[in-house]
Design a protein around this ligand. Sequence first.
Ligand code: BGC
Length: 776
Amino acid sequence: MKNKKRMTVFKYTGLIVGCLIVVSCQQPKKQVIWQSYSGDPIIEQKVDSVLSLMTLDEKIGQMNQYSGNFASTGAVSDNQSGEYLKRGMIGSTFNVFGADHLRMLQEQNLKYSRLKIPMLFAADVIHGLETTFPIPLAEACSWDLELMEETARAAAEEATASGVAWNFAPMIDIARDPRWGRVMEGAGEDVFLASAVARARVRGFQGISDYRDLSKPNTMMACAKHFVGYGAAQAGRDYHSVDVSERSLYDTYFPPFEAAIDEGVTSFMTAFNDLNGVPCTANNYLYKDILREAWGFKGMVVTDYTAIMELMHHGFARDLKHGAQLSLDAGIDMDMISEAFVTHLKELVEEGKVSEKQIDVAVSRILEMKFLLGLFDDPYRYFDAERQKQVVMSEANQSLARQAAQQSIVLLKNEGKLLPLSTDQALKVALIGPFVDERASLNGEWAIKGNRSRSVTLREGLEAKYKGTGVQFTYAKGTDLPLLDRSTMKASKDNQPDERGFAEAIKVAKASDIILVAMGENFHWSGEAACRTDITLPGNQRELLKALKQTGKPVVLVLFNGRPLDLSWEAENLDAIVEAWYPGLMAGHAVADVLSGAVCPSAKLVMTFPRNVGQIPIYYNAKNTGRPFDAKAPSDYKSSYIDVDNTPLFPFGHGLSYTTFEYTNIMLNAESFEQGEAITLKADIVNSGDYDGTEIVQLYIRDRVASITRPVKELKDFRKVALRKGETKTIEFTIDEALLSFRDRNLNWTTEPGEFDIWLGTSSNDESNHFVISFN
Ligand code: BGC
């Protein structure tokens, strides 16, 4: 009988659909106990028919996920994956790549899986597979949703050709604390922008129509992570507890996840942290009440890495078995690494502590994804060595990486229009700093398969750009980047760079017209578990800057880093600052494009740069308080510090250009409106400067009086407008009731009549174009 079933189920080549329908017709009609993602009755029937043939062990195996440290035979070093593989009990593996390698793994899996259920391969393709795009925080600074969709699309092209059909991205945690190392993976502090970015990235990975796009060989499942509040870790320390109000969840941390669902995201990942006392990985409120019931999410949920096991460290589960029970109860479908489900679920069913029905639901969700991806039709469909050769690191992807990096670079300061350094002049440039030749860090921490030896350094980019021109470079490193001692996970004291290189750097600087300094954070200093309490430039880089400043030459600082830094000294003392973030593969070329003026910088910050760590969390859309500080009329007992201003060093939305933009003819077609109506805001944006350029026009709104205290302003819309020198374009915004709405005391959406401030500007602190409207 077993053999017969196997033959019936496992004929992918064209016959599978027919066979499965036959199987399900032959079986007594099984009650459907799960709600499918696709809502497609044929898929539901297929899932049902496979499920009905599975033993309990086989079902539990589908809920088991490993990281890919398989040897070719399936043996592994530190877990039971080899054993479970031989029993056909692995549903998914991540961190394994390559069409040929994965074909081999799939063959192994199918050899052992009685029902020949294909394995699903996953990976963290956070900002490109081999073609590394800028880190997500940087890309978000482009405010270019189409571009972000395109880079996600290109990442999916490369990943799927290399065997990976499930992406652990996008990371959509709102983050307002730059001490936290993972701010580099998200889209910054703002709910509106981050939600739009979440949508763009989901579209890019999964395709743009609906679940049917998933069946294409070049699209992949996206995963909204980490649900939820991970970015609000106390004191900016990774994995730390999160204690936020329900209001904060609804107003700040939930919206990007709701947006991802709305865009059709197929999977969610839990967060490591506990949320208001309950670890997310076993949080019924989050996964049952909110995700499944309130939002109707029908895709699958995977834990974060060993998160079930960590329930014990949280002091929430007595042991791994208890953890398995708690997380299954919360609605988790797949266990990443902990081996909690695969070790204990059967026992828990036998003891009556969990039901087989719960397991069926989880497995159905997993099987549905495998059907939607087309894995049952052809389990080898993503292992396309030919396509891999064509798309991975293709010319098109590399040029997209350059474009994305150009669009992500933020010009923070440009005193006296020192930049750009045009190619048609005679200029001696001293090129100084540890990032001039740094290659490995340019991709940032999460460059999964990005070859760190291929990224273009700053020096290479500059030399290519200025070759044959009158601009000459002389070089001195000056100092080193302090590294991380991986054994202690500390910035080792013995490892601190010394000042031996300063003298040479000063000599080179003195003999030049201008000093171009490249500094930042080694990539291990910014990313998961890379949190800092001091967010100034690491090591003695600031000391070197001070020494260079003493030469009296103009200093341009180019930064490569993954978080907003404390640049208080730099902003006051240096002439120009360029925030390049970790730009990825084409780093040096893109920075040279911007420094030379071949590309006019247009990016705008998506996270506030504080004046010091004491201001954190600092974000533009805070509340006014009952005692707001007024810098124009300072007085005692106000909400302020005595040792630093309330204002940020660089605000959200800030970013300079080489050209200038004027906002003229700003017109509102009405000053008040009622329910069902809308106001149109029009403005002419003029490029009045000397370069072709792009302006990001930002619309902010403040609700003056409401039944819930409202932020001092909120981003509600924006336009990215490309303008040639002298060109004018008219832009238009619609202000309707939805734009003024907020969640009331019961967390229901409402719009209350009253007055609203409107600002149209180049940054969140630009209040030059201010209007007041009313909603009646
Ligand atoms: C991270 C996740 C990631 C997972 C698998 C975890 O440490 O928190 O974001 O997807 O590892 O690599």
